[in-house]
Design a protein. Structure first.
Length: 239
């Protein structure tokens, strides 16, 4: 599986108000390993950054004045993300800026060439009701971000890669092919938190029975009641 972890910095909050990209940074990950391959450019937005945005990234107009325009790096960016799953923290923000720049050049937008996944939405599902910005996730998951004083697209992409790995650690251990038949005479097991459990190969009848059970429970949840043993728990209907 090829992932691209991507981040941007901008002159402001809304491309519809003429704001532009000032930095794009991305790193490549294959099979949960960073490859060392990356994409990074500072960009000349041909305008001033809002005071708030400048306070976030610190990229001054003077510094950006001799940097390339987005149009000179656009195709290289498309080539880098083509066919990958692109991970972005608060993806709607970054994609609207990138797609606005691509649309202005009559180039395909991101969603037509890659799959975009929002790690912020993922974090909100994992840690509901908690702060889920990058700094908060680093603290919660034990990712070192002490070298992060200002936001930078490439640095934030590298940190997000570590955060994503920490958020999804163990999923590759738990995943298995439920249709794969067990080999005669062989032993299969998985390790979960130091507890070794037998791995059971399921046949098609097992899978169908389990699916029917899940559909049955989903209907009860939708009706507003979940039954556990002899106790009913009132819930809000699923919308």
């Amino acid at each position: 599986m090829r992932y691209i972890i991507l981040d941007t910095e901008t002159t402001g909050l809304d491309p519809n108000q003429g704001h532009k990209l000032v930095e794009v940074g991305a790193v490549e990950m294959i099979d949960r390993q960073l490859t060392g391959k990356h994409f990074h450019h500072y960009l000349n937005p041909e305008r001033e950054s809002d005071e708030g945005a400048l306070g976030v990234h610190g990229l001054t107009t003077e510094f950006l004045s001799d940097k390339p325009l987005f149009q000179t790096i656009a195709q290289d960016l498309l080539d880098f993300i083509d066919g990958a799953t692109v991970l972005i923290h608060n993806a709607p923000f970054d994609t609207k800026f990138i797609n606005a720049e691509l649309n202005a050049l009559n180039l395909p937008d991101m969603h037509s060439i890659c799959v975009v996944e929002d790690t912020l939405a993922m974090a909100k599902q994992m840690f509901p009701g908690k702060r889920n910005n990058l700094d908060a996730l680093c603290e919660r998951l034990g990712v070192n971000n002490a070298h992060r004083t200002l936001h930078g697209a490439l640095l934030d992409a590298e940190i997000l890669a570590e955060v994503y790995l920490a958020m999804t650690r163990g999923q590759e251990t738990l995943s298995m092919d439920i249709h794969a038949p067990a080999q005669a005479g062989s032993e299969h097991s998985i390790d979960i938190g130091g507890l070794r459990l037998a791995s059971i190969a399921l046949d098609d009848d097992d899978v169908m029975a389990h699916t029917a059970y899940l559909e049955h429970m989903a209907k009860k949840c939708k009706d507003g009641v979940v039954w556990m043993a002899d106790t009913s728990i009132e819930t809000s209907p699923v919308k």
